[in-house]
Every structure is written in C-alpha cells, then in structure tokens.
Design a protein. Structure first.
Length: 270
C-alpha cells in the first residue's frame, strides 16, 4: 500500500472452513492484506480459490473460522452502512423498473421522494440509461442490468465498495465499456475499492495493486504494484509496453497456480 493512506480494510490471518456433509473443506487457509483509503485493489486467482469467500467475510456476510476482517480498525460483525457490495450476478429486482431499482437504497433509508427522484435521475444520466427509466429488467441487456445494479449501489454513496466479478459474465465489448464507466466514476468519487476478478487484464486496467491468491485453499501468494498513470484509457492502455510488462510479471506468478491446479486435476486431486 503506497504513501501514507489510512487503512480502511485490514485482513489478518483470515481463514474459512465449510462443512460438506461429513467432511470439511478449507476455502481460505490464510489471508492477510490491507486496503488503503481511496485505493483500488484487485484480488485475483484461479476460479474457485476462495476470492469471493474473502470478500464475503469482509462484507460481514460470512463468519470467519479464524482470523479477523476489520473495517476502519473495527472487527466486522455484519454488514456496515459505509460498505457497498456489487455481486457477480446482477441482483436487480425484476418487478421494479430501472428507476425504482436504482432508488431502492434511498427508499429504505427514508429519503424524501423529491430528493430521491433527483438522485435517481442523476444516476440514470451517469449510467447512460436515459429513456429506460420505466423499463423492467427483463427488457434490458446484461450490461444494462449491471449498470442498474452499479448505480443502485453507488447512489447510497458507500465509502468502501466491494465488487465480486461484476463484469465476468459480459461480452468483451460490454465489459470494456463498463470498465471505462467504473474508472470514470471512481476517479470522481475516489472510493476505496476491493475488486475480485479472474481476469488479469481487467485487474491491471483498473487497479493500483493486484493481490494474487493461490489455488484453494487460498493464501496470499504475492502483491504487485500497478504503476500506470491515471486517468486510464481502457483500450489504449492495453497497447502499451508498460501494460505488457506488468501482465508478464503477474502472469508468471498467477500462471504457476493455474499449472498447479491442472497437475492436481490430472492426478485426481480436488
């Protein structure tokens, strides 16, 4: 963590074991790292390695077996109002329109109707969803639904944003569009972000640092600085020598975990 940033998220020797019938499965063996104020950090590793479990423990949705997750120095005991969470699957409600989905958090907080409507209108404009205010999710593309979910999370102005592979199911073009929008929003709001992904290119494009997890049971294998200037052009960035160098460096470490997983599967190991 660079500079003298205040630590917003602190993870210390975090472990999680799940019961599967008569046996126990260790999802996360040992995770220790910090995320500083206004920092954008990517958490990356092989599929099924426990990245989402780490995020869920930080969010207060899953209780650690051992270790502790702290937000602003306080142990996480459950969901916190300053922490927003964007899930891998779009979680928009099919029976609510775009506008009513986006305004849901403000509605729960009892924000008056006129104030809520003004905030929703601003978010719809930010997301490029003008003209779809009264549309229902079933009529929207996957990318548009994820925009709705992102705006619904951001409208309550969380100081810390946890994101669990929010663009993983989207096509490349839509993913790049949403990466651009996310970077633009983050550049303006400077929230603290912890972003789970399995896409190395995405992690380099978005983040200040990349935390690499091992295959399950997950441990922190390495942490890399992404020393690329901001603001970033998500297309042009990938054509630079600097991007290629970071990709090669991180891939050497991440690829070791993919190779180890492949050998384990060939040997019939879980």
């Amino acid at each position: 963590m660079g500079g003298n940033r205040r630590v917003r998220i602190s993870v210390r020797h975090l472990q999680k074991t799940f019961a599967q019938g008569a046996r126990e499965v260790v999802a996360v063996a040992d995770a220790t790292f910090d995320v500083g104020e206004k920092e954008f950090v990517a958490l990356i590793g092989p599929s099924g390695c426990g990245k989402s479990t780490v995020l869920n423990m930080i969010a207060g949705l899953v209780t650690p077996t051992r270790g502790v997750a702290l937000v602003d120095g306080e142990p996480v005991m459950g969901p916190r109002p300053e922490v927003g969470y964007l899930f891998q699957q779009d979680t928009v409600f099919p029976w609510r329109t775009v506008a009513k989905n986006i305004g849901l958090g403000l509605e729960y907080r009892g924000v008056p109707g006129a104030e809520r409507a003004a905030a929703v209108t601003a978010m719809i404009r930010t997301a490029g969803l003008e003209g779809f205010e009264e549309a229902f999710p079933a009529t929207l593309s996957g990318g548009m639904r994820q925009r709705v979910a992102l705006m619904r999370t951001l409208i309550v102005e969380p100081e810390i944003l946890l994101m669990d592979e929010p663009f993983g199911a989207l096509d490349t073009h839509t993913k790049l569009d949403l990466q651009r929008e996310l970077l633009d929003l983050w550049w303006r709001t400077q929230q603290t972000v912890l972003f789970v992904t399995h896409d190395l290119g995405e992690s380099i494009t978005l983040s200040d640092r990349i935390i690499v997890c091992t295959r399950r049971p997950s441990r922190i294998k390495a942490i890399f600085e992404v020393d690329l200037p901001r603001p970033r052009d998500v297309i042009a960035l990938r054509e630079t020598v600097e991007y290629a160098q970071i990709y090669q460096t991180v891939w050497h470490t991440l690829g070791e975990e993919f190779a180890a997983g492949h050998r384990a599967r060939e040997a019939g190991q879980p």
